[in-house]
Ligand binder design. Structure first.
Ligand SMILES: O=C(O)CCC(=O)C(=O)O
Ligand SMILES: [Fe+2]
Length: 374
């Protein structure tokens, strides 16, 4: 049993392209990046609907969050307590990293069986075309890699910012868990409690990764895809986006995409697959994607939060009962990542109860046309 998320990801390698292009210097969209067959990124059936923006200091925040999670699986939050300066610093750290020359970034390129570091998104392996983005994944301390990018003091400065941001995210993610679960009547120290919440309810064994994303300005944005539609394999994800729009979420009823506009100082929270399981389907894991633009360089930083790797995630007993059977069988994060690596957007279906019949398994082949839902 892998003890850390990095081991879990290593156990489930996905085949990724290793030729990385210097996107910032490309004047014409290469064919390998042109999504000229369905799903088309320019197919933007954008709904005139807004994802809720919730003030965490509001006395009814938990109820508002509960509604947003049921209805959307995503919301933006203000008044979250993360110092404004730290948001600016971590955003700058991401910008500094991605603005390095490609050869320099390639010093920390992800190894074929690796998970941390610089490279294309892991979901690339499921799509025939490449995405107009680059990423840097941090699991644990990035010091060893930062030292390959910068002189000692700059590397230390980068790690200091990432460390402080990770600490804030961990605190916030624990708080969000209780706001989300509290809206469903689940309380710490009650018999409905989450077994791995720890004595202080701060989920001491939780695992996490920080995913820094860069979407350079693109010569042909209608043909390019920043990040193709997917759900996160997390409990929840906390996202910081810069002032360039790009994130779109699929409205739960499949009626279309809604853009999540940057709100100054706000953080986006989305429900991941594991929270959908834990809440027995009450909070849906949200399908999302990223579009790119001709003139602006977009940056985002996603904090991917999950349970301790050995813990089995199953619907909370308080949310099941007569008339409400458990809809998912118990899996660890590691086991689920293995299913995601195999079935991609069908991974949640593969852990549904009753189990899919053998004859249904063929329909669990990843369906990369999930874009056509719009
Ligand atoms: O850049 C964004 O807005 C979304 C990033 C994302 O979905 C991810 O890293 O999983
Ligand atoms: Fe995502």
């Amino acid at each position: 049993m892998p003890s850390r998320i990095s081991d879990a990801l290593k156990d489930h390698p996905v085949h990724l392209p290793h030729n990385i292009l210097d996107l910032g210097s490309v004047k014409e969209l290469p064919d390998s990046y042109a999504w000229n067959a369905p799903p088309l990124p320019c197919d933007r059936t954008v709904l005139d609907l807004s994802v809720p923006v919730i003030d965490l200091g509001h006395p009814g925040a938990s109820t508002l969050i509960g509604h947003a999670c049921k209805e959307w699986g995503v919301f933006q939050m203000t008044n979250h307590g993360v110092p404004r300066d730290l948001l600016t610093e971590v955003e700058r750290a991401g910008r500094d990293l991605f603005s390095l020359p490609l050869q320099q970034k390639m010093r920390v390129a992800r190894k074929p069986d690796g998970v941390s570091d610089y490279g294309v998104t892991r979901i690339s392996s499921f799509f025939p075309k490449l995405m107009w983005s680059e990423g840097f994944t941090v699991i644990g301390s990035p010091l060893e890699h930062a030292r390959l990018l910068w002189p000692h003091d700059r590397a230390a400065g980068f790690c200091d910012v990432i460390g402080r941001y990770n600490d804030e995210m961990r605190r916030l993610a624990g708080k969000l868990m209780w706001l989300m679960l509290g809206a469903l009547g689940i309380r710490h120290h009650s018999e409905d409690d989450v077994t791995w919440a720890g004595p202080n309810g701060d989920f001491p064994g939780a695992s996490a990764a920080l995913q820094m994303n860069s979407y350079p300005a693109c010569p042909d944005p209608d043909q390019a895809m920043g990040l193709a539609a997917h759900t996160d394999s997390t409990l929840l994800t906390i996202l910081l986006q810069n002032d360039t729009a790009g994130l779109q979420v699929m409205k739960g009823d499949g009626s279309g995409w809604a853009t999540v506009p940057p709100v100054d100082g706000a953080l986006v929270v989305n429900v991941g697959d594991l929270l959908q399981m834990l809440t027995n389907g009450t909070y849906p894991s949200i399908v999302h994607r990223v579009f790119v633009t001709r003139n602006a360089h977009r940056h985002s930083i996603a904090y991917l939060y999950g349970p301790p790797s050995g813990v089995k995630i199953a619907p909370l007993p308080a949310l099941t009962g007569p008339g409400h059977p458990a809809l998912f069988w118990p899996v660890t994060w590691s086991e689920y990542l293995g299913m995601k690596a195999k079935h991609f957007d069908k991974a949640l279906t593969s852990v549904r109860l009753p189990p899919p019949r053998v004859s249904d398994m063929e329909s669990l082949t990843p369906d990369v046309n999930i874009e056509t839902k719009s």
